[in-house]
Design a binder for this molecule. Structure first.
Ligand SMILES: Cc1ncc(COP(=O)(O)O)c(C=O)c1O
Length: 368
């Protein structure tokens, strides 16, 4: 076969370490590696999608999203976050992933420094690199929270700071005080804050606080994906100061045209309909978080109790991580999320309590 050539921007980026793991383990493997809700999308949302198909709402939509959905997202901000946005400040995207991509493409120039926590969600560094930026890790403190003083030291001259609370992979929720300090300090120095709030509804003690409360140069990224168990529907959004929207829209309209029409009607039902399913999912995640935390602590693992999202980040040592995976407990080694945590593993508890108990039993046999 002839040798094909690829652009430097894709050569500079590796495939996600998480996807690679999906094939690991035998048929009896317990998958705690996957970062998506194991719940089904609530029925009223599915029905809205079916109704949209039957009503022939299957063509292109306005590039920025159907007006009703942009309005519903503004109403959601008012109801849940006490923030006031106008529809012109909302851009509907194909999931939070596309929203992050658009922000990087629209804001990052070659060589710009993009600050991301290390460890942090896998897409940030890759998307910053595609845009020609230089991703730079901000280390976490021993409680797995952002070290605000350290972050401030790195902020001078940076283009973006990506804040993710509740966080993947650590399950940490940042305090209002830290978020305020990061936003105010960053915005004062011309650093735009990108606040990825896709896990906002999965907080178990501390309240979620939106970064947009504390500065004028904050871009909020969010999605229906995790909140409503809609990962495959691909609906997310950017909420930003109005002048950013047309610039992000340029990238979106040429690369994507619009988010899927049917999914947008489904998301409209999600944001305007009954919120009880979200509450039920949160309570189930909380019970699983407790089960996993107590189970792993009982085996002698010492780690901060996860405060949000559906992940625990646990120091175990490379050998044990490897052995666990070979024994069919699929967890994600920390280096998939940056360079600083090779001895840690991410456990996702977006799986049944029964699976979590079985995984803890298997680990017990390994540590004995
Ligand atoms: C922190 C974080 N942001 C964004 C996303 C992307 O979500 P979406 O499925 O909406 O693209 C994920 C998905 O795992 C995530 O963990």
């Amino acid at each position: 076969m002839s040798e094909h050539r690829y652009a430097a921007r894709v050569r500079a980026v590796e495939m996600s370490g998480i996807r690679k793991l999906f094939d690991a383990g035998g048929p009896d493997a317990i998958n705690l590696g996957i970062g998506q809700p194991d719940f089904d999308t609530p029925d009223h949302i599915k029905e809205a999608a079916i109704a949209a198909i039957k009503a022939g709402k299957t063509g292109y939509t306005p590039n920025a999203g159907i007006p009703e959905l942009r309005e519903a997202i503004c109403a959601k901000f008012e109801r849940e976050n006490d923030l006031c946005f106008r529809p012109e400040q909302i851009l509907v995207t194909a999931g939070g992933s596309e929203a992050l991509h658009l922000v990087m493409e629209a804001l990052v120039d070659p060589g710009d420094r993009v600050l991301i926590t290390d460890p942090g969600f896998v897409s940030y560094a890759a998307l910053a690199t595609f845009a020609g930026g230089r991703p730079e890790g901000v280390p976490l403190d021993e409680t797995l929270h952002i070290d605000v003083e350290q972050a401030k030291e790195q902020m001078d001259g940076a283009r973006l700071f990506v804040l993710n609370s509740p966080a993947n992979p650590t399950g940490a929720v940042e305090s209002e005080e830290s978020i305020r300090a990061l936003v105010e300090y960053g915005n004062d120095r011309g650093v735009t804050i990108v606040s990825d709030e896709v896990y906002e509804h999965f907080v178990y003690e501390k309240a979620h606080v939106s970064a947009a409360h504390f500065g004028d140069d904050v871009i909020t990224v969010n999605a229906a994906s995790k909140t409503y168990a809609m990962t495959g529907w691909r609906v997310g959004y950017i909420a930003a100061p109005e002048d950013y929207i047309p610039e992000c829209l340029k990238v979106h309209q040429y690369a994507q045209a619009c988010a899927t029409s049917i999914s947008q009607y489904a998301a409209l039902a999600a944001y305007t309909g009954d919120q009880e399913p979200v509450k039920q999912m949160r309570e189930e995640y909380r019970a699983r978080r407790d089960l996993l935390y107590e189970g792993l602590s009982g085996l002698g693992f010492e780690f901060p109790r996860p405060e949000g999202a559906f992940y625990a980040f646990v120091p175990m040592g490379r050998n044990l991580i490897q052995k666990a995976i070979e024994d069919g407990v699929i967890i994600v080694p920390g280096e998939a999320f940056g360079s600083k945590a090779p001895d840690y593993a991410r456990f996702s508890y977006a799986t049944s309590r029964e699976n979590l108990s079985r995984a803890i039993q298997r680990l017990a046999a390994l540590v004995e």
